[in-house]
Design a protein around this ligand. Structure first.
Ligand code: RIB
Length: 306
């Protein structure tokens, strides 16, 4: 089978991750245990997960000509990304994220300094139009300039390609985007921000999804953490269970889910099979440290799905 071609604009950050037994409250200082520096950014993490899951990745992103940029460039090389749309400019700094991990429960807090990511917009996406025409799936998130997200949606529609929008971090979206979204993949917190519906059970998930379907979204996938994912297209629905694992770090788990899901859809898997594949990838990722680095290889995902 040909590796599905996955394209999309997205963010690239270097993550500076500090671990502590307890996170500080405002004005408090706590002693941490260690610092990790490595590739991150929701866009780069999703594309890393896609490449490891078997995708042929065409990533549209921007780096500065600086030390962090070199870290990410080396990472893209190792992962085998196509480099046609990786832009490097000396006028901007490479983006970074400051991440705090609570060792007690593996949860995180993240602050992103967008820098070069803000310079991934409509022009950068339009310059990659030829690769949208021949791709299998378009995948993006919200850590770049919104004009880039909208342009990706328009090109996906122009060439009749599935458009996956992972609304992370949750930000206001232009009204006109909803009708372009084939797959909308919020987590429980994000879906509440978009719909006003708090998701505590299956009925809530159904109600939140209906709000989005009524706006024009074709398929809603709500990720439910350990419980897996809820999917509906308005006629069919499923809760696809997650895989029980012991989490050490959840940073990038949603990104891994989306990258693996894009590949599975591009291979023509059914929604339920694609979600099982994505759930397995995300489950493996939380058993490891790192954002991009925790994404599993395809054989590991397949072994867990079996
Ligand atoms: O989703 C996790 C990612 O969010 C981190 O890698 C960080 O860079 C922020 O973009």
């Amino acid at each position: 089978m040909k590796n599905p071609k996955i394209i999309g604009p997205g963010s690239s950050n270097v993550d500076l991750t500090g671990f502590a037994p307890k996170l500080p409250t405002a004005g408090e200082t706590v002693m941490g245990t260690r610092l990790a520096i490595g590739p991150g950014g929701k866009g780069s993490n999703q594309m890393t997960a896609a490449a490891r899951a078997g995708g042929d990745v065409y990533f549209i992103t921007r780096l500065g000509e600086d030390t962090f940029g070199k870290v990410l460039e080396a990472h893209f090389d190792r992962e085998g990304f196509r480099k046609d749309h990786i832009l490097i400019s000396d006028e901007v700094d490479t983006a970074c994220a400051l991440i705090e991990i609570d060792e007690a429960d593996a949860q995180n807090r993240i602050m992103v300094i967008p820098a070069a990511n803000s310079h991934v917009g409509r022009d950068e996406v339009m310059a990659a139009e030829g690769d949208f025409a021949t791709c299998d799936v378009v995948l993006t998130q919200l850590e770049i300039n919104m004009t880039g997200v909208m342009a990706a949606a328009e090109l996906a529609r122009k060439y009749n390609k599935p458009f996956i929008l992972n609304p992370a971090p949750a930000l206001p979206l232009p009204d006109e985007i909803w009708a372009f979204v084939d797959w909308f993949t919020p987590n429980e917190t994000e879906v509440t921000l978009y719909t006003g519906v708090e998701v505590n059970n299956d009925d809530d998930a159904r109600a939140a999804a209906k709000v989005l379907l009524d706006r024009g979204v074709k398929n809603v996938v709500i990720t439910l953490g350990k419980r897996g994912a809820y999917w509906t297209d308005g006629k069919n629905e499923a809760i696809v269970p997650g895989y029980p694992v012991k989490a050490v770090e959840t940073t990038g788990a949603g990104d891994t889910f989306n990258g693996a899901f894009a590949v599975a859809l591009g291979e023509g898997k059914s929604p339920v099979d694609a979600l099982a594949f994505a759930n397995a990838a995300a489950a493996i990722s939380v058993t490891r440290h790192g954002a991009a680095e925790s994404a599993p290889q395809r054989d590991e995902i397949e072994a867990l799905v079996k």
